[in-house]
Design a protein around this ligand. Structure first.
Ligand SMILES: [Zn+2]
Length: 89
């Protein structure tokens, strides 16, 4: 029974002939990785630790280190009075 690609659910070639195992292709592998990065889904505690190619460099991470956002946008503005004088009379 052939395993199915987690991304497109097509049958996956065996590990020996498929560098993108357990995915059917590199494209599906990247797609799945992209989903991981987005945090669309996560499997707690599970990790693929048997990497055949030890020289694979990890993808560049995009860290969003945002501090506390100042909420000055909702504060009332005390700008120059733009009311047109003359119409109050
Ligand atoms: Zn696939």
């Amino acid at each position: 029974m052939a395993p199915a690609c987690p991304t497109c659910e097509k049958p996956v070639a065996p590990r020996g002939a498929n560098p993108a195992f357990p995915f059917c292709s590199h494209r599906c592998r990247l797609l799945d990785l992209g989903r991981w990065m987005d945090g669309a889904y996560r499997i707690p505690g599970e990790r693929a630790g048997d990497d055949a190619t030890g020289g694979a460099s990890p993808p560049p991470r995009q860290q969003s280190c945002r501090g506390p956002t100042p909420q000055e946008e909702t504060a009332p503005r005390a700008g120059p009075a733009s009311e047109s004088p003359g119409s109050l009379h």
